[in-house]
Design a protein around this ligand. Structure first.
Ligand SMILES: *Cc1c(COP(=O)(O)O)cnc(C)c1O
Length: 230
């Protein structure tokens, strides 16, 4: 890990770059939140980034995340961004404001069950495998609309949007087109007026591609390395 002093500075610089890019494409900077991905760092580093203004933290492993939550007193929004197994759902419900990585109907149904038990409504995003790589989790675009229809009937789950990860490539055009596809899937689904579904959120963009994501309409960018190891 880098000098701890750099963390706050990195966070603020990234915030500025996002704001500039947003303005350049005619968006409001306020419409984009940074989810600081803290999966590789300890509590000390997390406290520093919170002090620098971070309001959203993202973790990808249930056990680690829950331990960190118990040790942090600061008020933050927690985001679950990792692959979630159905047998871990009970540990996640109500502890994360948003689960980004719902990748099957079965998982959404399990979330419904556990949220109902606790009497809460859990906000979720559906993960989309836009590029169709077989190594990736997520709904393929063709399955997304029927999935949204099924999930719209779950009373303790609120579907707020879509999430994706761009393919591993240096080709900016390929990354851009992936983000563009996710944005247009959201537009299409919002236009269908499926009962109860209006999705404001697009979670896309990481350290290597977050500015492209902002240009293409991201409302949440998930950034780790550029803040903690940049
Ligand atoms: C680790 C991770 C990130 C952050 O990646 P960086 O390249 O370190 O910014 C974002 N999203 C998910 C799902 C991740 O697992």
């Amino acid at each position: 890990m880098n000098d701890l002093n750099l963390i706050g500075q990195n966070f603020k610089q990234i915030r500025q770059k996002i704001d500039l890019t947003a303005r350049k494409v005619g968006r409001l900077a306020d419409d984009i939140e940074i989810v600081v991905v803290t999966k590789t760092v300890d509590i000390e580093a997390m406290k520093i980034v919170i002090k620098a203004g971070a309001k959203h933290l993202g973790e990808n492993k249930v056990q680690d995340a829950v331990k960190k939550q118990a040790r942090l007193d600061e008020e933050v929004n927690w985001h679950f961004i990792g692959h979630l197994q159905t047998n871990k759902v009970k540990h996640v419900i109500g502890k994360f404001q948003l689960i980004h990585s719902v990748d099957s109907i079965r998982l959404a149904q399990k979330i419904e069950q556990e949220a109902e038990k606790r009497g809460i409504i859990q906000k979720i995003l559906l993960e989309v495998n836009v590029s169709g790589e077989t190594s990736k989790y997520g709904f393929v675009p063709a399955d997304l609309m029927p999935a949204c229809e099924q999930i719209s009937s779950l009373k303790h789950v609120r579907l707020e949007g879509l999430m994706t990860m761009a393919p591993f490539t240096d080709d900016r055009a390929v990354i851009r087109s992936c983000f563009q596809s996710l944005a247009s899937l959201r537009t299409t689904i919002n236009g269908q007026s499926i009962a109860g579904i209006q999705m404001p959120t697009l979670s896309m963009g990481m350290t290597n591609d977050y500015l492209i994501a902002v240009e293409q309409g991201a409302t949440l960018v998930r950034i780790g390395s550029a803040i903690f190891h940049g």
